[in-house]
Design a protein around this ligand. Structure first.
Ligand SMILES: C[S@@+](CC[C@H](N)C(=O)[O-])C[C@H]1O[C@@H](n2cnc3c(N)ncnc32)[C@H](O)[C@@H]1O
Length: 217
């Protein structure tokens, strides 16, 4: 689906005076779908990435061993310690951003469970876009449904959610909890569907908008 990125671009361009808030759950080393947007519109949004992996395990997947002490450093330090090897942020020229600016733009919540993050921030934060890409099939269905529901309630008015899960027809890829069409439908409570794609070779994808007055409770 190319629509997520074009929709985000559209929303950014529509109201450039506002900084969009984006939450990416199970982001890994920052969602690949976000890469172009991060480069292009770096002053137009705040991006919160949440992943249960520790910073060290995230970065060590892609980098060499000069980052052994990463778990102990703050996001600001990441700029200086890793900017030779941090692919995405290097691309958007992290060197040109000072620590305050970096911390305002990027909230990197690594070593954190997605559900816990949402529970803690349920009444504190609202987002314009929530991305749950290739995460839900690692969770039990009940938790996945609760997490999705929580995320929908954390959307701003006109906020959008993007969900991508492995479909159950794809048997060669081992995931804990792949999604049949019926199971996928159970995630849609509280959502007005903008676009959905079933039966892609690997994934089901969904782009949706919160039905007004929806609350997860
Ligand atoms: C397949 S990767 C997806 C990366 C990226 N979102 C994408 O679509 O390319 C799944 C990520 O989810 C993270 N993850 C798994 N369970 C999680 C949980 N309960 N809370 C937060 N992150 C989790 C893993 O550490 C991993 O980085």
């Amino acid at each position: 689906m190319t629509n997520l990125t074009s929709l985000i671009s559209h929303l950014i361009l529509k109201d450039s005076s506002k900084r969009m808030k984006i939450l990416d759950l199970g982001s890994g080393l920052v969602n690949k779908k976000m890469e172009e947007l991060l480069k292009k519109y770096r002053n137009s949004f705040n991006y919160t990435a949440v992943d249960m992996k520790t910073p060290y395990s995230i970065f060590s997947l892609e980098t060499n061993d000069n980052i052994k002490s990463l778990e102990k450093v703050t996001t600001g330090d990441w700029i200086t310690k890793i900017n030779n090897s941090f692919r995405y942020f290097e691309d958007i020229n992290v060197k040109a951003i000072n620590e305050t600016e970096f911390n305002e733009m990027f909230h990197l919540e690594f070593g954190k469970d997605a559900f816990e993050y949402c529970k803690e921030n349920e009444f504190k934060e609202k987002y314009d876009i929530v991305i749950i890409s290739n995460l839900l099939h690692f969770l039990d269905l009940k938790i996945a449904e609760e997490l999705t529901s929580l995320c929908i309630s954390m959307l701003n008015e006109n906020g959008i959610i993007y969900i991508c899960v492995f479909n159950s027809e794809q048997t060669s890829y081992k995931v804990r909890n792949p999604y049949s069409r019926l199971k996928f439908d159970s995630l849609k409570k509280g959502l007005q569907v903008i676009e959905e794609i079933y039966n892609a070779p690997l994934h089901h994808e969904l782009l949706g908008k919160k039905i007004s007055d929806y609350n997860s409770g």
